[in-house]
Design a protein around this ligand. Structure first.
Ligand SMILES: Cc1cc2nc3c(=O)[nH]c(=O)nc-3n(C[C@H](O)[C@H](O)[C@H](O)COP(=O)(O)OP(=O)(O)OC[C@H]3O[C@@H](n4cnc5c(N)ncnc54)[C@H](O)[C@@H]3O)c2cc1C
Length: 319
């Protein structure tokens, strides 16, 4: 199979998903090839890193491709795929990938499957795995006709083989001027703390909202950060960049203290790889206990002040 990974980059930085796509391409290509395609004004800057994971790298540059534009990018990618017909086209399951994938699939007259977490190649067909019902079930879908376009979930295919692919530069221009043009990039405001880098997280759920201040003090003593489940963020008690879970951040601290959090799947996917998980919940049946290393069945309002005074005492003993 000829498997093409459409690399993604923004303002001089290659999105790591590009390499993950190549890792997947190498896994499924069989006796075919893994090929990276990178489009854009500064595309050549990434050819080296892509070549270390691909059999071949295609760099598509040109005056009119300086900034990402879905219409122009899809246009030149389609011109390219006319010359180099793909069996499989992989894109990141990102906003950019989500925008380009259907545009490509429609014009290539082929199916598109989004947010893929597994691909198994057969003879002239593939089987892809993805979650449905907000992650509650996983399904395997057989795609019996190739080519096919897939958007691939980030962080799944991190490991891969080293290669040294041939780099080819191409100059292509969009066949017509795009209706949209890039004006400026507005980045979301950065919070003062990046919870994904914290070693200790004190996470507050709906059952512990009244203890937020104590949780903040405890996080301070532990040298960590306070985070929250979605209802806590939605209620405005913590900013969005503190949300842990499927629609928030994925964290992997040394200690994750879950206070009054039920342990819904959407929360757990964002914290289950923490080194040590301690959960406090007054409901002994709360699902959070099935991922916690230590569970305390108690009222947060009773236990947190005790925990805090113990931590304060230990800190003052250390001084
Ligand atoms: C598309 C989608 C995306 C989502 N994304 C996310 C996400 O990224 N992150 C996320 O967190 N959620 C997300 N959710 C929401 C998720 O399904 C849950 O609703 C949410 O995680 C529940 O938050 P919670 O555990 O704080 O609240 P609840 O489910 O209400 O649980 C509160 C818990 O606190 C306990 N409790 C109550 N009082 C006390 C007390 N005094 N002491 C001790 N325990 C107490 C209760 O027993 C209960 O277990 C998403 C949902 C959808 C549909």
């Amino acid at each position: 199979m000829r498997v093409f990974a459409v690399a993604e980059h923004k303002f001089g930085e290659l999105n790591p998903v590009s390499v993950e796509l190549l890792n997947l391409a190498n896994m499924v290509k069989g006796d075919g090839t893994s090929e990276a395609v990178v489009v854009g004004g500064e595309a050549h800057a990434f050819s080296g890193s892509l070549a270390s994971r691909a059999d071949r790298v295609w760099v598509i540059g040109g005056d009119q491709l300086e900034y990402y534009n879905p219409e122009s990018y899809a246009d030149v990618l389609l011109q390219f795929f006319e010359r180099e017909p793909p069996d499989l086209v992989l894109l990141g399951n990102t906003s950019q990938g989500g925008e380009l994938a259907p545009l490509l699939a429609v014009k290539l007259h082929c199916p598109v499957v989004t947010d893929v977490v597994g691909v198994f190649a057969g003879r002239g067909e593939i089987t892809v795995s993805r979650y449905i019902y907000q992650g509650k079930l996983m399904v395997d879908l057989r795609v019996s006709r190739l080519p096919c376009v897939l958007t691939v979930r980030q962080g799944v295919f991190k490991e891969g083989v080293e290669l040294s692919g041939k780099i080819t530069e191409l100059n292509l221009a969009p066949s017509k001027p795009p209706r949209r043009r890039f004006s400026r990039l507005i980045e979301p405001e950065k919070g003062e703390v990046d919870i994904s880098k914290a070693d200790a997280i004190v996470a507050v759920g709906r059952g512990a909202t009244s203890s937020l201040q104590l949780a903040e003090r405890l996080a301070g003593i532990l040298g960590g950060a306070v985070a929250g489940s979605r209802p806590v963020i939605d209620s405005g008690l913590l900013s969005k960049d503190r949300q842990v879970g499927i629609s928030g951040k994925t964290v992997k601290p040394k200690v994750y203290l879950a206070l009054g959090i039920s342990g819904a799947f959407q929360h757990v996917v964002g914290m289950r790889d923490s080194e040590l998980i301690i959960a406090v919940n007054k409901d002994p049946q709360a699902p959070i206990f099935s991922v916690a290393h230590y569970g305390v069945v108690a009222d947060v309002q009773e236990i947190l002040p005790k925990l805090l005074s113990e931590a304060e005492e230990r800190r003052s003993r250390k001084k």
